[in-house]
Design a protein around this ligand. Structure first.
Ligand code: GAR
Length: 190
C-alpha cells in the first residue's frame, strides 16, 4: 500500500475529492491531511470523512524538522491540493519526484509567488485569454517550476467572469487530479 498525505490551505474541495476517490483503493491510502490555516474549510470536510486533519505552524514547517520527520515516518507521497506555502528545501530533497501539485492554469503561464486561487483566474480574465486549464506537476524548490505530469485545457467565453473560470477549472481538477495521482504513484519504480 502506498501512503499519501495531502496538504491543503483552504476550502479543501480537491482534498475531499481525492480522499473519496481512494476510499476503497487497495493500492493507495490517504493517511491524513496537513493544513496551515486554522479556519480552513478542509477541517470540516475531513471530519465528515473521518480523516485526520492536523494544523501546523510556520515554525513547524519551515524552521524545524518537525513536519519533515512526520512525513518521513508516515508517507510515501505528498499531494498539494490548494496548498499555498512554498515547500522547504529539506522536504523537497527528502521526496524527489514524490510531491505532486495542482496549479489552476496552464504553466508556465500564471505561475509563481502570489499566483493562487482567484488571483490566477482574475489574471486570466484580465489577459483576455480564451483558453486556460490545469497543470499537475512535481514540486521542486521553485514555485510552480517542477516537471509537468499533465495538463488539460478548457475554453473560455469573453463573457466568463473569474468565478465562471474558477468553476471550469474545478471541473477539470475533480476529473483529472485523482486519476493522475494514481497513475503517477503506481508507475513502475515508484
Ligand atoms: C484549486 O483550484 C487549486 O488548483 C488552487 O487552489 C484551489 C483550491 O481549491 N491551487 C493553487 O492556486 C496553487 N497555486 P480547494 O481548496 O477547494 O481544493
Amino acid at each position: 500500500m502506498k501512503r499519501v498525505i495531502i496538504f491543503a490551505s483552504g476550502a479543501g474541495s480537491n482534498a475531499e475529492n481525492i480522499i473519496r476517490y481512494f476510499q476503497n483503493s487497495k493500492k493507495i491510502s490517504v493517511e491524513k491531511v496537513f493544513c496551515n490555516k486554522k479556519e480552513a474549510g478542509v477541517f470540516n470536510r475531513c471530519k465528515k470523512l473521518a480523516i485526520d486533519c492536523e494544523w501546523f505552524s510556520r515554525e513547524d514547517f519551515s524552521y524545524s524538522n518537525k513536519i519533515l520527520k512526520a512525513l518521513q515516518k508516515e508517507t510515501d507521497f505528498i499531494v498539494l491540493a490548494g496548498f499555498l506555502w512554498k515547500i522547504p528545501e529539506n522536504i523537497v530533497a527528502a521526496f524527489p519526484n514524490k510531491i505532486i501539485n495542482i496549479h489552476p492554469a496552464l504553466l508556465p503561464k500564471y505561475g509563481g509567488k502570489g499566483m493562487y486561487g482567484m488571483h490566477v483566474h482574475n489574471a486570466v480574465k484580465n489577459s483576455g485569454d480564451l483558453e486556460t486549464g490545469i497543470t499537475i506537476h512535481f514540486v521542486n524548490e521553485h514555485y510552480d517550476e517542477g516537471g509537468v505530469i499533465f495538463q488539460a485545457k478548457t475554453q473560455l467565453k469573453v463573457s466568463d467572469s473569474p468565478e465562471d473560470i474558477a468553476q471550469k477549472i474545478h471541473i477539470l481538477e475533480y476529473e483529472y487530479f485523482p486519476k493522475l495521482i494514481e497513475k503517477t504513484i503506481l508507475k513502475d519504480g515508484n
